[in-house]
Design a binder for this molecule. Structure first.
Ligand code: DGT
Ligand code: CA
Ligand code: CA
Ligand code: ZN
Length: 586
């Protein structure tokens, strides 16, 4: 299924190809505009087309900025997976030129000149020619411009290949499960940034202790997702994984069982956390490395046959250092070694889902299906929060449909046992901070999640005012995905977070950690500050389809990275307490 971003990319490619071919400016601008409109939509275009087979073009032209011609092309693209015009253009322009055009500082004129005059058709070729006199001779190609291009290429190379947590983790779990099946495997886990629950993953780091290293290596390097074996050695093998559109490197290290804990600590990182631990060890006249914790400060005590004080498991090593076991998610050198550690929130603490969509707007489940899903998760409370009327693409509810929907929710609640189903809404925070329903309507809802969906390119000051207005609104319970960012795709709003946190405490409005791995908004670093300020937190999945309720783990990992405890998270509260809090805003 194509994402909005995929579709937007195709339109952008058409615009770029036309630029490189020096086509009419108006035509180019038109495609660029449509691409931008598609990128800013938070609702699923392919789903919209699929659900309105006869009237998709009409649905699409209802969106501001999409004309009939573009709508027809979108339908063609979604239906066939390709678009004739796009393909014709792709045949005329070398693919590598698009990467060149994507480098900040290189416009279409420059890219066309590099192509036509110097025959440069890939970033690699451009890199080779960056110091050549012929490049510097091109019009407007000064030393400063070339310097900027170098920097931009370096930045892109660094950022481009990090994979979102929600893509990397399922791949890693599959591989981990498979490797654990190999006979003789005693311990096998992923370490690295994935174990720390970072929102994006550079590569996967597996660690094994086993009787038959060759068998584990063999299973690892011959896994169906492996497209290339990069290294295959006694202690370390590396492969390239390609699956479901993601490309990811994975390393497997095999260590003796006696030192597994030390190695797991080392390869879990972070590097900065490890540095701190080694400093602590040295102060105690000891040495910590991936083979264990040793007496004395010699470089490589393991080579002399020294026996470690602790090595087999992490907890024992931390304990020997005089430290509590630090949760992997906290190992970032952000003060985790000071003070008493709190018990971090866990998946099983969550008892309520307070942000979920049904077919009334753009969800795939009925109220009953959503309720069954919540019951399977063992929740005591479910809030049905469909979109409000301004989210046209998401089939947001106008007042009349909302009132009928509230009735349907109340009816389902009366019929379904063991679950309190609350009538709610995810109400749009309009660009100026007003809400998309008036107070009389909002007051009828048990739960109001207020979220920004449009105008996400606003300047920080306007964004702050906008979100503050929603936080201060007496009928709002939760500020949903506060910045609207999409990981690796859209930066979203950049409001003054501390101002939001102070207002949220004052007005007793909870802030959402949206567990969808594309969002994870609030992100970990923001959440840390929210907790310091004393904010209440909601962790919700914003479920649109059944499997998305399992996205909760990504919200939990993110929350643990910020040090969230169950008590600060409204989704963990017993039913009476949660319901009383919700009513306090009515
Ligand atoms: P990533 O892969 O970029 O998402 O981040 P990590 O944290 O997984 O980093 P990675 O894969 O380079 O290394 C995995 C862990 O191994 C890292 O968190 C700490 C440890 N490690 C790797 N290289 C070094 C090093 O040079 N010094 C220290 N102290 N630890 C290292
Ligand atoms: Ca890694
Ligand atoms: Ca690695
Ligand atoms: Zn939502």
């Amino acid at each position: 299924m194509m994402t909005n971003n995929d579709i937007a990319e195709i339109f952008k490619q058409i615009a770029s190809a036309l630029e490189l071919l020096e086509a009419n400016r108006f035509r180019i601008n038109g495609y660029q505009r449509v691409s931008r409109v598609l990128k800013d939509l938070t609702e699923d275009i392919a789903g919209l087309v699929a659900e309105h087979p006869g009237s998709a073009v009409k649905q699409l032209t209802a969106i501001d900025g999409i004309g009939k011609g573009s709508a027809e092309k979108i339908v063609e693209l979604v239906a066939n997976g390709k678009m004739a015009e796009h393909q014709e253009l792709m045949a005329q322009v070398p693919a590598g030129l698009f990467d060149i055009l994507a480098i900040p500082g290189i416009g279409p004129k420059a890219a066309t000149l590099m192509w036509k005059d110097l025959g440069i058709i890939s970033v690699a070729e451009l890199k080779e020619k960056l110091d050549s006199p012929e490049l510097a001779r091109l019009p407007r190609m000064g030393a400063k411009t070339i310097e900027n291009i170098k920097k931009a290429i370096a930045f892109q190379e660094k950022a481009a290949d990090r994979v979102p947590l929600g893509i990397a983790r399922p791949i890693a779990l599959r591989l981990q499960e498979e490797l654990r099946q190999v006979p003789g495997v005693k311990r096998l886990e992923y370490a690295g940034s994935l174990r720390r629950g970072r929102e994006t993953i550079g590569d996967l780091d597996f660690l094994a202790a086993c009787d038959d290293p060759e068998a584990v290596r063999e299973r690892f390097t011959s896994h169906p997702d492996v497209t290339q074996v990069l290294a295959r050695g006694d202690t370390k093998s590396s492969v390239r994984l390609e699956t479901g559109g993601a490309v990811l490197q994975a390393d497997l290290r095999i260590v003796p069982e006696e030192v597994y804990g030390a190695a797991l600590m080392y390869f879990t990182g972070s590097k900065e956390h490890n540095v701190r631990l080694r400093e602590i060890a040295i102060k105690q006249n000891r040495r910590l490395n991936e083979y264990g914790l040793f007496d004395g400060t010699d470089e490589r005590p393991q080579d002399r046959g020294d026996r470690p004080i602790a090595a087999a498991d992490e907890a024992a090593i931390y304990a020997a250092l005089g430290l509590p076991l630090i949760a992997p998610e906290l190992r970032e050198d952000r003060g985790e070694l000071e003070g008493e550690p709190a018990r971090l929130i866990e998946l099983a603490d969550i008892r309520a889902e307070l942000h979920a969509h049904t077919i009334a707007s753009d969800g795939k489940m009925t109220i009953d299906e959503l309720a069954a899903c919540a019951l399977r998760h063992g929740y005591h409370t479910l809030a049905v929060t469909d979109h409000s009327k301004s989210s046209v693409i998401a089939n947001g509810l106008d007042e009349e449909r909302l009132l009928a929907h509230i009735e349907a929710v109340r009816e389902a609640n009366a019929r379904i046992d063991d679950l309190e189903i609350l009538a709610g809404a995810e109400v749009d925070i309009l660009p100026d901070g007003r809400l998309d329903y008036d107070d009389e309507i909002l007051a009828r809802l048990d739960v109001v999640v207020a979220s920004p969906h449009a105008s996400l390119g606003q300047d920080p000051k306007t964004a702050t005012e906008r979100l503050l207005r929603a936080i201060r609104h007496p009928l709002v319970h939760i500020l949903g995905h506060p910045t609207g960012r999409i990981i690796n795709r859209r930066e979203g709003l950049s409001p003054d977070m501390n101002a939001l946190f102070a207002a949220a405490v004052e007005h007793d409005t909870a802030l959402e950690v949206n567990a969808n791995w594309r969002r994870l908004d609030l992100r970990d670093s923001h959440l840390r500050h929210a907790l310091e300020a004393g904010c209440r937190i909601a962790i919700d999945t914003d479920t649109h389809r059944e499997e998305q309720m399992d996205f909760l783990i990504y919200g939990i990992l993110t929350a643990r990275r910020a040090g969230l405890t169950a008590a600060s998270c409204i989704n963990t509260w017993p039913a009476e307490e949660l319901h009383a809090w919700l009513k306090s805003k009515r």
